[in-house]
Write a protein of this length. Sequence first.
Length: 277
Amino acid sequence: MNAAEIKKFVLSLERPKDSNKYDYGHILVVAGSKNTPGAGVLCANGAMRAGAGLATYSCEENFLTQAASMSKPETMFLTYKSASDIIDFIKSRKVAAAAFGPGLCLSWRLSGFVDEIISEVDIPVVLDASALTAYGGKAQKLKNAKAKLILTPHAGEFNKLCAGKDLVADTVKNFAKQNSLTCLLKGHNTVVSDGDRVYINGSGTPAMATAGSGDVLSGIIAAFAARGFVPFEAAKFGAYVHGLAGELAQKDKGANGIIASDICENIPYILKRLASE
């Protein structure tokens, strides 16, 4: 990431005096389960700390109380029974970007559920965790999505999507090109590609290898996409800021014992620091 790119990014985040919360994006997070409600909390928090104007956590009713008790008071909630509930909400409530998958319960119906939504909505959608696992061996189905897809697999998820091909930058680029999407392969030196451009992220630390770190990243990317960054730029800057927030958490607390919430809470400090450099 060079100085000119960072400067352009920072300028894009400036807030005019006459703006309102909808100018900074309404993020919908479809995530969580009865056993993992915190995944959606981390994703929504990541979006808000990255500057989103509003965040709604959409979950099934059987763990709504549990999820709400763990969330920031600014988080809104939506319960759903079908994909049509999600589609209607996106279209009626000015949702600018969405994140699907963190902690979401994997079931036989999940890929069909996601298929229905991404074929109907024309917004950036981050697919992570179980929303990716549902497409193992059938990633070609994603090619026809109406939504602007950003996939964020780790190595194991990417292997399943790509049928075990070598995890190198060219593979990520080819996968993104073949399926008309943006792919961010998480790991040491995270790789981002939209099938044309390739970015290899240099920020971050092994201290970030902790549960929920990827959920925070999905929220950051969704927030940047909602601000008008194209999927490749949203993923690139998302990875960069996420990594810097992890580095700052390590500087404060050391390499051991950092949790995803620590990364999340450092996002505003990183954005402030970048703006002052």
